[in-house]
Design a protein around this ligand. Structure first.
Ligand code: NAP
Length: 256
């Protein structure tokens, strides 16, 4: 896809991978629809990206609330704004506990955000994209959607689910020009671990100790690679990890 003058809808744009995607796409002339719950962060990002010649619409909304997403979809339709690119990025992990001791509220948040949220956004945005001659959905999967690890159970289940939904979208969009790509990273240093450990910085920092994790730009480069392919090329999956991490269980830490 030629990126200039296209429009991208990015969920989870206030931080990490989504924020970086917004920046790199704005740089390349892509108009943006940015969604996440923290309005202040979105406002600041919009200000920062105002130096680029693109239109930016921000929506402070929660992907787990179908009515909120429906209202946004209706507004976009009314304004004839049709996203060529949908980046289903909003997601989180909560806790790292065994299945018999974990907090059920953590499970609910992960299932509601990573699965139901992705489905709500997809259900409402994909119909607008279907008739386009050039359209692309990027789903943020994970190494956790390939390999289960101790304490990961429900997060793993949601990301295995995202991988299944990516395949399902490729099947359901058969015959259309909408490409579908699962970008599945290993460890990426973002706000992700702070969120997982409910703000415990020591635990969050420990996740990235002794090796160089991926950063949001590394993942964005993979997303751009998939997006920039010519019309006849559909990259269905990209799996990337830090060089130090080969599976969820094998991370080589220099200082430990
Ligand atoms: P991050 O820095 O914590 O960013 C997550 C983004 O999701 C934030 O913008 C957050 O914004 C948004 N979000 C969370 N819940 C939301 C909700 N209910 N409604 C709307 N937005 C919501 O994490 P990240 O690492 O960039 O993660 C992005 C995606 O990559 C996730 O799907 C994650 O599972 C996946 N991933 C991450 C890693 C990693 O190691 N970091 C590895 C593999 C896959 P608000 O808080 O403002 O709503």
């Amino acid at each position: 896809m030629k990126l200039k003058n296209k429009t991208a809808f990015i969920t989870g744009a206030s931080a990490g991978i989504g924020k970086r995607c917004a920046k790199e796409l704005a740089k390349r002339g892509v108009n943006l629809i940015l969604l996440s719950r923290r309005k202040e962060k979105l406002k600041k990002l919009k200000e920062k990206l105002s130096k680029y010649d693109v239109t930016i619409n921000i929506y402070a909304a929660d992907v787990t609330q179908y009515a909120q997403i429906e209202k946004i979809a209706k507004e976009l339709q009314a304004r004839s704004i049709v996203p060529n690119i949908l980046i289903n990025n909003a997601g989180l992990s909560q806790g790292l506990d065994a299945i018999d001791t974990a907090n059920v509220k953590d499970w609910d948040r992960m299932i509601d955000t990573n699965l139901k949220g992705l489905l709500y956004v997809s259900r409402l945005i994909i119909p607008m994209m279907k008739e386009l001659q050039d359209a692309h959905i990027i789903n943020l999967g994970s190494i956790a959607g390939r390999q289960v690890y101790a304490g990961g159970s429900v997060y793993n289940a949601t990301k295995f689910g995202v991988h299944a939904l990516n395949d399902a979208m490729n099947i359901d969009l058969f015959g259309t020009k909408v490409k579908v790509t699962n970008v599945a990273p290993g460890a990426v240093e973002t706000e992700f671990s702070m969120v997982r450990f409910h703000g415990d910085k020591t635990k969050a920092d420990g996740v990235y100790a002794g090796y160089t994790p991926l950063n949001a730009k590394d993942v964005t480069e993979s997303i751009l690679f998939a997006l920039k392919q010519p019309t006849h090329v559909n990259i269905q999956e990209i799996f990337l990890t830090p060089t130090a991490q080969r599976t969820t269980y094998l991370t080589h830490r220099e200082t430990l």
